[in-house]
Design a protein around this ligand. Sequence first.
Ligand SMILES: NC(=O)c1ccc[n+]([C@@H]2O[C@H](COP(=O)([O-])OP(=O)(O)OC[C@H]3O[C@@H](n4cnc5c(N)ncnc54)[C@H](OP(=O)(O)O)[C@@H]3O)[C@@H](O)[C@H]2O)c1
Length: 305
Amino acid sequence: MKAIVVTDQAAGTAGMTLVERPEPQAAINDVVVQVHASGFTGDETTWPSTWTDRVGRDRTPSIPGHELAGVVTALGYGTTGLSIGQRVFGLTDWYRDGTLAEYVAVEARNLTPLPGDVEFRVGAALVMPGLTAWQALFEHGRLHAGQSVLVHGAAGVVGSMASQLAREAGAYVIGTGRAGGRQTALNFGAQEFVDLDNDSLEDVGEVDLVFDVLGGDIGKRSAGRIRAGGTLVSIVGPPEARPADGLAVDFVVESDRAQLSEIMQRVRDRRLRTNIGSVSTLDDAVAAFNPTERRKGKTIICVRS
Ligand SMILES: NC(=O)c1ccc[n+]([C@@H]2O[C@H](COP(=O)([O-])OP(=O)(O)OC[C@H]3O[C@@H](n4cnc5c(N)ncnc54)[C@H](OP(=O)(O)O)[C@@H]3O)[C@@H](O)[C@H]2O)c1
């Protein structure tokens, strides 16, 4: 099968190459999925799991990409709950070969049925940003109606999903980012926008939750914006400052079938939309992940048309 592999950690995404690889076999409780659409997170080449297995052994050449939508083509020993020919989408194990390939072996529990009226590219584009935003807001942030949330990077892939979900849950959403992201952030549900290069973060009133996708100085200064009992949730490493009377949580997104179903329901009801920036083929994927200019939105690789 055709697949993108990485072998050189120092090379980053520039080290990606399109090669022929053996098709994966389904292990116990796995399915093999014929990948139709795949997603990749920009900094995967910095994750330890891209390079080693769980006991730290080199696993290169490894296939990156952990977001997918496709069709089940084989079941492993003991696999239940999914059927050959079924449309599925989900997040794959960080430590196993990923989805920038024609086929991938995935544990069945990491997959959710993809409704027949939803395009593969939409399914693939929802998985990582949808689950990350959901877990940040509702699991770790315990956000509920009537509360306020400061969403950093609100024009970005994860931030645009978080703004929509928070707004739909009845929260007041203040988005942040660069000046050029203002209209996008407002279009995705932010009710106010803070231009981090020109406005003062300190002028923002107190909020119940900060969702930080930027980190650094912005993350640190955000802790001071949180009212008593509130939470700072980060997806870019342990927060450097915690709220005076609140929690600071850092997490890595996890598979969750029930949450993906909730997210998908909102897409079908037109309460939620994806932020797809560009769509490429597997043959063009290396170029798509190494653009000559900054690309906005999620890059989706359509492996099968
Ligand atoms: N822990 C987890 O489970 C998890 C899951 C998913 C993603 N992540 C991480 O979350 C981060 C965000 O991912 P994403 O896909 O949403 O990225 P993205 O689409 O690039 O979004 C980031 C947004 O923030 C803006 N921004 C970046 N730096 C800024 C700065 N210094 N000041 C103001 N605005 C700034 C960007 O604007 P421009 O486009 O103009 O630069 C963009 O709108 C990445 O580091 C990713 O690896 C973590």
